[in-house]
Design a protein around this ligand. Sequence first.
Ligand code: NAG
Ligand code: NAG
Ligand code: ZN
Length: 506
Amino acid sequence: MAASAKGRLVPVLAVAAALAAVLLYRAPFSKSLGGEGCSLLPHDHFWIASERVVTLGRVGPAAVEVKGGLINAIAVGDYRNFVLRRPLLDYGDAVIMPGLIDVHAHLDEPGREEWEGFSTGTRAAAAGGITTLVDMPLNSFPSTVSEETLKLKLEAARDKLFVDVGFWGGLVPENAFNPSALESLLNAGVLGLKSFMCPSGINDFPMTNSTHIEEGLVTLAKYQRPLLIHAERIPDDEDDDGLDGELDPRSYATYLKSRPPAWEESAIRDLQRAMKDTEAGGRSEGAHIHIVHLSDAKASLELMKDAKRTGASVTVETCPHYLAFSADEVPDGDTRFKCAPPIRDGMNRENLWKALLDGHIDMLSSDHSPSAPDLKLMEEGNFLKAWGGISSLQFVLPVTWSYGKRYGITLNQLAAWWSENPAKLAGQKNKGAILPGYHADIVVWKPEAQFELDDSHSVYHKHRNISAYLGKEVSGKVLSTFVRGNLVFAEDKHAKAACGATILAK
Ligand SMILES: *[C@@H]1O[C@H](CO)[C@@H](O)[C@H](O)[C@H]1NC(C)=O
Ligand SMILES: *[C@@H]1O[C@H](CO)[C@@H](O)[C@H](O)[C@H]1NC(C)=O
Ligand SMILES: [Zn+2]
């Protein structure tokens, strides 16, 4: 994406400054938007600058002109020598990076506001440097599986969004063989569909088999939108919990055994025909398969590499919790760590990092999936009965950075995993990078600032005291978050008004 976007740019002015050359890149157009209280700044035309701006495939000193919600120009070089006629916010050595795009978050509204919600969820997102998120079609009630249920989402979200929010729809047995039902859901604006190959845990979101998926892809191909798949499947020769005999439900090892890597492998094997259908000349050319939250870094990953090699249109995400934790670190009874697929052993975690660094895993997502606190059964500590889902939305930037530092990750890699590639998946051509003409969706953060993830009032999740990350020392503090030019979060404060947009596909 960056390469083609760069091709459109024309440096209109080159200034020889004292030491560094300043190149000015300007967008061909800009339009105005915004309203009362949407921003913590009084103006919608200004520059932001720092020594470390992640733009044009590099990191270095630059100033970024924000005008009417868009990035209007980028002055690369020693911006302090550059005469700017508008207010300049100089962030010194802080990093200015594209805002994060989280393609996998469960905001649970309407219907399960006691789990999370549009207001709390998007406040947390803004505080964490996330400028766009895509809401999953389940855990809210009803699930988003039709035009009517998408409308309920849009109504529930009105005036509550601090960041931009798009929606995935659900591919379920009820609509999979019904192209006109799927078309009306896609026409209503979902960015793509999501389905499960194992029970989802939500009654009105039943699982699909490979036939449902192959059929659904044919419709998705017409719209060139992706199908996101929860790829765990109970192998044909197994009972549904995979456990033999009496095992301690408070032990994490028991839970781990109940969802082995073979489930992920079985699902992806079962998808091989569907993946082949997405190849050039295939039955669903134009559609795309995206495997959500891959945990197994072995056989399942190899199958995905094979599919990519033969030309299938496929991508894979994993989540920070699989990169931060290993199974032996999960305390017995601590169900805050329960998620599906499970967090696996330390060697698997190493292999996930390697796959991410090698480009075999394309992007990261939070899979923020909280619940009402009582469903985590914290006192009982029963891993088999507790709700599975890790609460993490606000923490993903410092977590990815802190745990990734030992692998030498770069700011450009962070921007690819968290902004550029997710923008592509979600079909957002003007998001995911700091480039002229793009939305001014920006996070300003200090990679070196250390702090503890705690349950203080600067955490905005609905249930701030339930997260597997609490107590972890991390570095990487978000200073400011801009969504389409509005300063929506700064110095632990949110803008007065919630002016995030709902993003609908056209
Ligand atoms: C999937 O389920 C449908 C019924 O909803 C059935 O017709 C089809 O044969 C199943 N496919 C597979 C591969 O089991
Ligand atoms: C979290 O806080 C709630 C009250 O808001 C309390 O009922 C619950 O016990 C707390 N849970 C933990 C794990 O601290
Ligand atoms: Zn999820």
